[in-house]
Design a protein around this ligand. Structure first.
Ligand SMILES: C[S@@+](CC[C@H](N)C(=O)[O-])C[C@H]1O[C@@H](n2cnc3c(N)ncnc32)[C@H](O)[C@@H]1O
Length: 248
């Protein structure tokens, strides 16, 4: 399945994932603020989407820049906050246009990773983050915990979201190495008409693999969190796998 990520993140995405909201981002920023000082930081949000983490960090006084591939989401970000126009760039996470050693913190939040066909491409994302970070800079990468995904997989769900009826089918692929989701969106009023249908495929990385990738790219992992509330990572139960890593 090639390059599904080019079309999946549009206006519908914001409706579908409206529960992944500003409040969640603000909670995480508060947690991070207890682990590191957020004073005078320059941050790059790789895959910033419509900018919920940039806003939350902005409220904590952090100067935030963003990169994302989705024109629709970036348009939404800039429409809501015109002042951020000069700080967000449309681009691919495998190759940033930002200068080397220019950020204190780089974040990649809410499963914005694992979209590519080869491990080498995934590693490019991690290496690019390393390149733009100053020595001793912090990389925060927030992926789904594969153990939790497998244990809690709901093969099919249907929900009404605003004017839409959303059917989602999920399955584990490649012996647990990836999860696939097929999304069918219909009008709630006329459900026989399919408005949109697409498929997402996300590679899953067990804790040891993610740590190994980070270490190979020149980071030291110093903390693993399992939720946006700052709970320590616990492989059998944590829904998230959030690695905090410093460039060596
Ligand atoms: C699951 S969303 C998360 C967005 C944001 N981090 C948040 O937490 O709200 C994934 C994001 O990755 C972006 N994206 C997907 N593929 C990309 C790529 N190859 N390069 C840059 N951004 C990409 C999408 O446009 C989308 O905004």
């Amino acid at each position: 399945m090639s390059d599904w990520f080019r079309d999946a993140f549009d206006e519908f995405y914001l409706t579908l994932y409206s529960h992944r909201n500003q409040e969640e981002a603000a909670r995480f920023v508060k947690v991070l603020g207890k682990l590191i000082s957020l004073d005078n930081l320059h941050l790059l949000d790789v895959c910033c989407g419509e900018g919920r983490f940039l806003r939350a960090f902005g409220e904590a006084g952090v100067v935030g820049f963003g990169l994302d591939l989705s024109e629709a989401l970036l348009r939404r970000l800039v429409a809501a906050h015109p002042a951020s126009a000069g700080r967000v760039v449309r681009g691919d996470m495998r190759e940033f246009s930002f200068r080397s050693r220019s950020f204190d913190v780089c974040i990649n939040m809410f499963t914005s990773f694992g979209y590519f066909q080869t491990l080498e491409e995934e590693l490019r994302v991690i290496r690019e983050a390393h390149r733009v970070l100053r020595p001793g800079g912090l990389f925060v990468i927030d992926h789904a915990n594969p153990v939790w995904v497998k244990e809690n997989l709901e093969p099919r769900s249907v929900r009404e979201v605003g004017d839409f009826l959303v059917e989602e089918k999920r399955r584990i692929l490649d012996g647990g190495k990836a999860v696939e989701k097929t999304v069918v969106i219909r009008s709630a009023e006329a459900p026989s008409a399919v408005l949109r249908e697409y498929r997402e495929r996300v590679s899953l990385f067990p804790r040891y693999e993610l740590e190994k990738m980070l270490e190979q790219a020149g980071y030291t992992v110093f903390r693993l969190l399992g939720t946006y509330d700052g709970d320590s990572f616990d492989e059998p139960t944590s829904c998230r796998l959030i690695a905090l890593a410093r460039t060596v």
